[in-house]
Design a binder for this molecule. Structure first.
Ligand code: SIN
Length: 542
C-alpha cells in the first residue's frame, strides 16, 4: 500500500559552469544561441499530450532587441483552459495510481536530461527570451531547475513518518494527491520557478494546468519538451499560453480546482485569493493556494560593515538580471560614517558595468522584460529625478531605442518613509537611506515597518553582538535573511526560499514544506483481532 523509498542518496547541488573564455561550455552555449536565434518556433499549447496550435498568435521577442521575434505562441483563452482541465482530469486516475517512486524517476530523468543534453538549449532560450546573461541563465535554467527536480524527488520519498501502532493493529499514513487539478501560474523571471511550480505538484501525484508568462513562452516550451522526453505521461501537465485572466477564470470556475501554485505579482495573487474565496462553497475540496509574490528587499549596513563586500553585494544584489528578481536588493540603510566611501565604490562599480545583449558575454545587465516594465521604471526615474528629497547617485544607461534597457540607478533618499523605500519597483533602481550612526535602533524599526513585504533582507556587520540583536529584531521582516551576503541567489536544498506578509504564503519552494501542500494524507488503521462484544469491562457488575 505504501510507496517504497527511492534508493537515491542525498542529492548534491548541480555544479555551476562558469563560461570562462576557452571553456567548452562557452563554445556550446554560443553555438546554441546561434541555432535558436535562427529558429522561431510556433509554440503549442500542450493538451493531453497533443500539441495544439490554436488561438490568436502573439510574438515572443528578445527584450534587448525587441524587433527580433524568437517564438510565436497562441492565446489559449477560456476554451483552451477548459480543454486542459478536461485532459488533466482524464489523466488523473492513472497518474495518482502510479507509485511515487515511479513518478520520481520521471522527474529525476528530466533532471539528468536538463543537466546534460538540454542544458544549453534551456540556457540559450532563457538568454534570448528573458535577457539573462550566461551566468544568470546557468544558475537559473540549468542549476536551479535541476536542483528542484532532484531535491524534490528526494524530499518526496522521505516526507512521511509513519504513526505508531498499538498491539493488535497496524496504522499507516499515505500521501494522496489532491482531488482535482492544480493550476500553476508562473512568472517570466525564473525559468526554474516556471518549471518547478507544475513539476512539484505533478511529482506528488497531481495533474496540472500550467499557464506560463507570455514573455517566458520560449523557455517554457523547451522545459515542457524536457518533461515529455523524460516520459511524463500525456495529460499530467497541460500547458495553456496567453493572457492569464481567462485561464484563471476557467480554472477558478471549476469545482475540481484543488490548488493554485503561483509566483507573480501581488495584485494577481490577491485577485486569485479573492476569486477562490468568493467561490469557496462551489469546490469539491478547499483549494490549497500557495503564492510567492513581491519584495522590497533590504540591506542594512552596521558601522562595522566591510565596505568593499557591501558595495559588491549591493551592485550584484540590486542590478543582476536588471533587478527583476523578487529577492533583489532595492533599499539600503547605510550609516553616515560609511556613506562617502561606499558611494565612491558604488559609482566606480556601476560605471564599469556593461549593459546590452547577453550574447556578448561581457554584458552584466540585459534589458527589462517588456515595454510596459520599461515605461513604469522610466516613469519612476523621472519622478525621482524631480523629487527634492532624492539625489540621483547613478542614473545612466537608459534607452528604449532597440531594447528595453533600464540603467543601474542609485538614489539617495532623505526621508525614511519615501515610497521608493516601501513600494516594489521590480527593476534596477536602488534607494539608499543614510542614517545617523547613533540611530541604529530607530533604523531597525524603520526597516521592519516601512514596507508591506517580507521576502529577503541582508545585514552587513562585523560586530557579532549586533548580528544577533538585528537577526532577532528583524525576525518577521524577511523569510530569507542573509548575514554578510547579498539577499539574492537562494540555492535549493540550502536556503529554502519564500517570505510572508505581503510577499506570499511562505511555503518555501524546493523544500519538504512545499511538497506537503500538494498532498492530502490518509490514515489507515487495520485491526487484526476485532472486538466481538459490545460492552466494556467497566460495565460488568461487581
Ligand atoms: C526569486 O525567486 O526571485 C529569486 C530567488 C533568489 O534570488 O534568491
Amino acid at each position: 500500500m505504501l510507496d517504497l523509498p527511492l534508493p537515491t542518496p542525498q542529492p548534491r547541488n548541480e555544479t555551476t559552469l562558469h563560461y570562462a573564455p576557452g571553456s567548452p561550455e562557452r563554445a556550446e552555449l554560443k553555438a546554441e544561441l546561434l541555432r535558436l536565434s535562427g529558429e522561431c518556433p510556433d509554440v503549442p499549447h500542450v493538451i493531453g499530450g497533443e500539441h495544439v496550435h490554436e488561438g490568436e498568435a502573439f510574438d515572443v521577442v528578445s527584450p534587448h532587441a525587441f524587433r527580433k521575434v524568437v517564438a510565436r505562441a497562441h492565446a489559449g483563452g477560456r476554451g483552451m483552459a477548459e480543454r486542459a482541465i478536461a485532459a488533466a482530469k482524464k489523466a488523473a486516475p492513472a497518474w495518482a495510481a502510479m507509485p511515487l517512486e515511479e513518478r520520481a524517476r520521471i522527474f529525476l530523468r528530466a533532471a539528468d536530461l536538463l543537466a546534460g543534453p538540454y542544458r544549453q538549449t534551456l540556457n540559450a532560450a532563457t538568454m534570448l527570451g528573458q535577457s539573462k546573461t550566461a551566468y544568470q541563465a546557468e544558475i537559473d535554467a540549468a542549476c536551479e531547475l535541476v536542483d528542484f527536480l532532484r531535491f524534490n524527488a528526494h524530499y518526496a520519498t522521505r516526507l512521511l513518518e509513519q504513526p505508531s501502532s498499538s498491539p493488535g493493529m497496524l496504522n499507516s499514513l499515505e500521501l494522496r494527491p489532491l482531488e482535482g487539478f492544480v493550476l500553476a501560474v508562473t512568472p517570466f523571471n525564473f525559468t526554474a520557478i516556471a518549471g518547478n511550480l507544475p513539476a512539484s505538484c505533478a511529482l506528488m501525484g497531481n495533474v496540472v494546468v500550467w499557464k506560463p508568462a507570455e514573455t517566458q513562452a520560449l523557455a517554457a516550451y523547451h522545459t515542457m519538451a524536457i518533461f515529455e522526453a523524460a516520459g511524463l505521461p500525456k495529460g499530467v501537465i497541460n500547458v495553456v499560453h496567453g493572457e492569464g485572466q481567462p485561464v484563471g477564470d476557467a480554472c477558478l470556475a471549476s469545482p475540481d480546482l484543488a490548488g493554485v501554485h503561483f509566483t507573480g505579482s501581488t495584485r494577481v495573487f490577491q485577485s486569485i485569493l479573492r476569486g477562490v474565496g468568493e467561490k469557496i462553497a462551489s469546490y469539491k475540496s478547499y483549494p490549497r493556494v500557495v503564492g510567492e509574490t513581491g519584495g522590497k528587499d533590504f540591506v542594512l549596513a552596521h558601522p562595522s560593515a566591510d565596505v568593499d563586500a557591501l558595495a559588491v553585494a549591493l551592485v550584484r544584489g540590486a542590478f543582476e538580471f536588471s533587478g527583476q528578481k523578487c529577492s533583489a536588493a532595492s533599499r539600503a540603510y547605510v550609516p553616515r560614517s560609511l556613506w562617502p566611501g561606499l558611494r565612491e565604490r558604488l559609482v566606480a562599480h556601476v560605471r564599469a558595468l556593461r549593459i546590452g545583449d547577453p550574447a556578448d558575454f561581457r554584458t552584466f545587465m540585459g534589458a527589462v522584460i517588456d515595454a510596459r516594465a520599461y515605461a513604469r521604471l522610466a516613469g519612476w526615474r523621472e519622478r525621482l529625478a524631480a523629487d527634492a528629497s532624492c539625489t540621483m547617485i547613478t542614473n545612466e544607461g537608459w534607452s528604449n531605442a532597440d531594447g528595453y534597457f533600464a540603467g543601474p540607478t542609485i538614489v539617495e533618499v532623505s526621508r525614511p518613509d519615501h515610497p521608493l523605500l516601501a513600494e516594489e519597483l521590480f527593476g534596477p533602481i536602488l534607494g539608499v537611506y543614510v542614517y545617523d550612526d547613533a540611530k541604529l535602533e530607530e533604523v531597525l524599526t524603520t526597516i521592519d515597518e516601512t514596507s508591506p513585504y517580507a521576502l529577503t533582507g541582508a545585514l552587513f556587520s562585523q560586530d557579532r553582538a549586533f548580528v544577533g540583536h538585528a537577526t532577532r529584531r528583524l525576525r518577521q521582516a524577511a523569510g530569507n535573511f542573509y548575514i554578510n551576503d547579498k539577499p539574492t541567489g537562494a540555492v535549493v536544498g540550502q536556503q529554502p526560499f519564500g517570505g510572508a506578509r505581503g510577499s506570499g504564503t511562505n511555503d518555501k519552494a524546493g523544500s519538504a514544506l512545499n511538497l506537503l501542500r500538494w498532498v492530502s494524507p490518509r490514515t489507515v488503521k487495520e485491526t487484526f483481532v476485532p472486538a466481538r462484544s459490545v460492552g466494556y469491562p467497566s460495565m460488568t457488575e461487581a
